[in-house]
Design a binder for this molecule. Structure first.
Ligand SMILES: Nc1ncnc2c1ncn2[C@@H]1O[C@H](COP(=O)(O)OP(=O)(O)O)[C@@H](O)[C@H]1O
Ligand SMILES: [Mg+2]
Length: 284
């Protein structure tokens, strides 16, 4: 894969394997009366949580292990750097707007919850970042680390078990009006004891609409061909495409497409040794 590939098509941006989040500037900053709860005052964060080891780093900040002092609950603490391009979303039915990732996580956390979607406990609005206090499955790895620990390739039954949970998570998001848009191995956590899956990182997501999208945010290797060919895509088919890419990655040991032209031409390298059934699944 060309790690430094960078392309921009009708407002889309891809940089290497990193997700690119498109921003829309909110006309004015959030007024303090618009904040969601008492709990998200900056000074409260330090008094309520202690932070520990680095769990991961993505394109937009870092995630650390944390503990809620009041009851010793293990949490993950995600720091998202503020940027002038930050995007705000008003949850349907509400009046105040929230940072994109917070808003989408609140939407998917509404009843009925899905055990395969990571929970947001609360969030804090700091001077230069947002802090998201998140569920922390333990022991867990992201699917990329999990694959690396399995020689990059999973058995078909194990891949099926993971895919089934991923479909549940994606369907839950769509049912709650959320398009995740960046479903990939790095954004999936696996509890290494129970094999329970959690979908994480809603930073590239948006509200689900049933008309075609004209801009894209996410990771190019998972992007559907209709976006590259026509500059348009629908939310649910694009989600299903990305699930296919994850399935391919799990059973073949590598991503299907090396460059954008390969996506357009459906030019995939299928690893030897796959069952006929799995070959058919990964092709369509
Ligand atoms: N709740 C969590 N528990 C454990 N590890 C996590 C958690 N959230 C994120 N991580 C780790 O941190 C990495 C980056 O987190 P992510 O939310 O995807 O950030 P980014 O938006 O920067 O991509 C993940 O790939 C994963 O390895
Ligand atoms: Mg991520």
């Amino acid at each position: 894969m060309n790690e430094n590939i960078s392309a921009s098509i009708a407002g889309a941006a891809f940089v290497g394997g990193q997700a690119v989040k498109l921003g829309r500037r909110k006309p004015s900053a959030l007024a303090s009366s618009e904040r969601t709860s008492e709990g998200n005052r900056p000074s409260v964060f330090k008094s309520q949580y202690s932070t520990g080891e680095l769990l991961g780093e993505g394109g937009y900040g870092s995630v650390r292990a944390g503990v809620r002092k009041a009851d010793g609950k293990q949490v993950a603490i995600k720091y998202v750097r503020k940027s002038p391009d930050d995007d705000f979303i008003t949850i349907p039915g509400e009046t105040h707007s929230l940072p994109r990732e917070v808003a989408l996580m609140e939407m998917v956390s509404k009843p009925s919850r899905c055990e395969n979607v990571l929970e947001l406990y609360e969030w804090f609005d700091m001077s230069d970042s947002y802090i998201l206090v998140l569920e922390r499955p333990s022991p867990c790895k992201d699917l990329r680390q999990f694959l690396n620990g399995h020689n990059c390739r999973l058995s078909e039954p194990l891949a099926k078990q993971i895919l089934r949970q991923l479909v549940q998570a994606a369907r839950h998001c769509n049912d709650h009006g959320v398009l995740h848009r960046d479903i990939k191995a790095e954004n999936i956590l696996i509890n290494t004891e129970t094999l329970e899956l959690k979908l994480i990182d809603f930073g590239c997501g948006c509200l689900l609409q049933d008309t075609p999208y004209k801009c894209y945010a996410g990771t190019w290797a998972y992007c559907p061909p209709e976006w590259l060919c026509e500059g348009l895509y629908l939310g649910v088919p694009a989600t299903i495409w990305s699930l296919g890419v994850v399935l391919f990655d799990m059973v073949c040991g590598h991503l299907p497409f090396g460059c954008e032209d390969d996506i357009i031409d459906r030019n995939m390298r299928i690893a030897p040794g796959l069952s006929q059934r799995e070959k058919e699944r990964t092709k369509y």
